[in-house]
Design a protein around this ligand. Structure first.
Ligand SMILES: C=CC1=C(C)c2cc3[nH]c(cc4nc(cc5[nH]c(cc1n2)c(C)c5CCC(=O)O)C(CCC(=O)O)=C4C)c(C)c3C=C
Ligand SMILES: [Fe+2]
Ligand SMILES: [Fe+2]
Length: 381
């Protein structure tokens, strides 16, 4: 282990429990200084306590457990009942949700999920990729400090945040870094991860100390990884696209008007990436996808831009989705499927969807850089 690294478990003062239960227990025999379990002087009626480890929990949005309508309905109900996602909570919305959306959308979306499903693992790509990111991060951090424990969870569906936070605590993590896997902050994504974490902590007597990673929309490591990935993907294409679109998931315009920084974060990512790629605004466009419902969302809309470009005579187009840490329904079906079709249907000829950073080498560089930065003061090295 790196001698220069000091983590909480290496400090005498963090041993648990101190008097009145008597002298603190020594190490448990696990590598390094932690975790430690209070044993020798613990009163018989006090439960064993482990501490001294540092958890890192990466959290993605969520996904259904299966493509059948029942699984998709369960997932959509949890997702669309979250007030951070749908801020409208009145009776009319409840009637629309239960009477229309949850009756029709699960079967439709189930068919879309079937098109992209990872049949080998029987799960969605979002889950496969998030697990791999967690495993690769764990392997990288194992060489930094053996008290670090890495895990992954989904905000909606499985594995739940509550179950993984409890599992980290049971392994002795009394400090946990939460990493919502969204480079751009939005209340509908980042804030709801925090809400859920604290809901889980509300039920704990001894809460771990929690840190939340700052969004990395303008981090040079992220911009550089995106640029390198785009350049290498474009180099593989048999054509040079006349236009490149950076398509981000949208949010209702009203959320932006009320003060959500999401639009500004996306615009900044796009501006920095455009400068890094040396493209002008006509060649590299910013758009927003995945509109839901009748209200106005952030504009320009991806599908309408794709259609307008094709109609205006653009024959070759590439779309990159920098706001998604992993490929998912919104990139694999909506962009590679629906938007490619819109482009071809309106006169476009060559369309390419550039993969997300996923668990690629540049993608892992970004996650590692974010985690190492946010762990400072807890784990330095
Ligand atoms: C209805 C409101 C929605 C808001 C606001 C919203 C914001 C938002 N979502 C993502 C990332 C993802 N969304 C995904 C799917 C998805 N999103 C919504 C709705 C809102 N999203 C729905 C209903 C769905 C499910 C599919 C559907 O029924 O259309 C996914 C993909 C999940 C998967 O399983 O692959 C991601 C990822 C962000 C980043 C965001 C705000 C910034
Ligand atoms: Fe979404
Ligand atoms: Fe969509």
């Amino acid at each position: 282990m790196n001698e220069s690294i000091r983590t909480p478990g290496s400090r005498e003062t963090s041993l648990a429990p101190e008097p009145p239960f008597g002298a603190a227990a020594r190490g448990t025999g696990l590598p390094g200084a932690g975790p430690r379990a209070a044993a020798s002087h613990r009163p018989a009626d006090h439960p064993p306590v482990e501490s001294g480890r540092v958890g890192v929990l990466i959290v993605n949005l969520g996904t259904p457990d299966g493509t059948d309508a029942v699984s998709v309905r369960k997932y959509l109900k949890e997702f669309l009942s979250d007030r951070r996602v749908i801020e409208e909570t009145g009776l009319i919305w409840k009637l629309v949700l239960n009477g229309i959306i949850l009756r029709t959308r699960p079967a439709q979306k189930g068919r879309d999920y079937e098109k992209i499903w990872n049949t080998e693992k029987n799960e969605s790509p979002l889950k496969t990729i998030t697990r791999s990111q967690s495993e690769q991060l764990a392997a990288a951090l194992a060489t930094v400090d053996d008290r670090l424990v890495v895990d992954w969870a989904m905000r909606y569906g499985n594995p739940s945040m509550d179950s993984r936070l409890k599992a980290l605590q049971a392994q002795g993590c009394d400090r946990i870094l939460l990493v919502p896997l969204y480079p751009q902050y939005a209340a509908a994504t980042t804030a709801t991860v925090c809400d859920e974490a604290f809901r889980s902590l509300m039920r704990m007597r001894w809460q771990p100390t929690l840190r939340v990673a700052h969004p990395w929309y303008d981090d040079p490591v992220y911009i550089d990884a995106l640029a390198r990935s785009i350049e290498s993907e474009l180099a593989k294409l048999p054509f040079t696209p006349e236009v490149l679109i950076a398509s981000f998931h949208g949010i209702p315009k009203e959320y932006f008007v009320k003060g959500d920084p999401y639009y500004c974060h996306c615009a900044k990512t796009h501006r920095l990436l455009r400068a890094r790629l040396g493209m002008d605004e006509n060649r590299f466009r910013l758009t927003f996808q995945s509109r839901f419902g009748r209200a106005e969302w952030l504009q320009p809309y991806t599908d309408m831009t794709v259609k307008a470009l094709a109609e205006s005579g653009v024959k070759s187009l590439a779309v990159v989705t920098p706001g998604f840490t992993s490929d998912c329904l919104e990139t694999l079906e909506e962009i590679s499927g629906e938007n490619a079709e819109i482009f071809h249907h309106n006169g476009g000829e060559r369309f390419a969807a550039i993969p997300c950073l996923n668990d690629s080498a540049p993608g892992m560089e970004v996650i590692r850089a974010v985690v190492r930065r946010e762990l400072k003061g807890w784990v330095d090295g």
